[in-house]
Design a protein around this ligand. Structure first.
Ligand code: FES
Length: 184
């Protein structure tokens, strides 16, 4: 083996090593880059954070709380009825609404509305919430989660596709239409 051929062989092995390292590095970088870009990518997904109709305003009489459902906008064909998501709609005074996630803020059991007592009750561990969604008693440490909503053309819409989470800024949605929402 000549010095020249040894050098060229070593040089070639170094280049192959660098190439393999580059390939592995690129493969590892893909999920990292996707994670870093996920807020941008997510905004562009069709259906995610969509405004979805819950129904005409006449379905939610003033002063009452009614169950409504919407179809999960991020859905697969085989999801069937599991993609129908329930929520509680409270028409406060004919002008203002509250739309609550049906899941208890403790461990997620579906809460039920009891108009006789003006309370949402959770069947799992006895959590209770007042009619405005605030915590009344039991294990939940906070009130019910709420959706952003808006009214358009005498219909009630909610911003669905993401679970309402605690600490979310109240309604930075920027629309000129009447909207409301807060986290309880
Ligand atoms: S899940 Fe509702 S009180 Fe525990």
């Amino acid at each position: 083996m000549s010095t020249e051929s040894g050098i060229s062989r070593r040089s070639m092995l170094v280049k192959i090593g660098l190439l393999l390292n580059g390939i592995v590095g690129a493969a590892l970088a893909v999920p990292l880059v996707r994670y870093l870009l996920s807020p941008v990518i997510r905004e562009k997904k069709v259906g995610y954070e969509s405004w979805l109709p819950l129904g005409g305003l006449e379905q939610f009489p003033a002063g009452q709380t009614r169950l409504a459902t919407y179809r999960n906008p991020v859905v697969s064909a085989w999801d069937g009825e599991t993609a129908d998501i329930a929520c509680w709609v409270r028409n406060v005074d004919g002008q203002t609404f509250q739309v609550f996630a049906v899941n208890c803020a403790h461990l997620g059991c579906p809460v039920r509305w009891f108009p006789q007592s003006n309370l949402f009750m959770c069947p799992c561990h006895g959590g209770a919430y007042y009619q405005d969604g605030s915590r009344a008693s039991g294990p939940p440490e906070r009130g019910l989660f709420q959706y952003h909503y808006k009214i358009e053309g005498r219909k009630l819409f909610i911003k669905a596709g993401e679970m309402p989470t605690p600490g979310r800024a109240a309604n930075g949605l920027g629309s000129t239409k009447r909207e409301g929402a807060t986290c309880a």
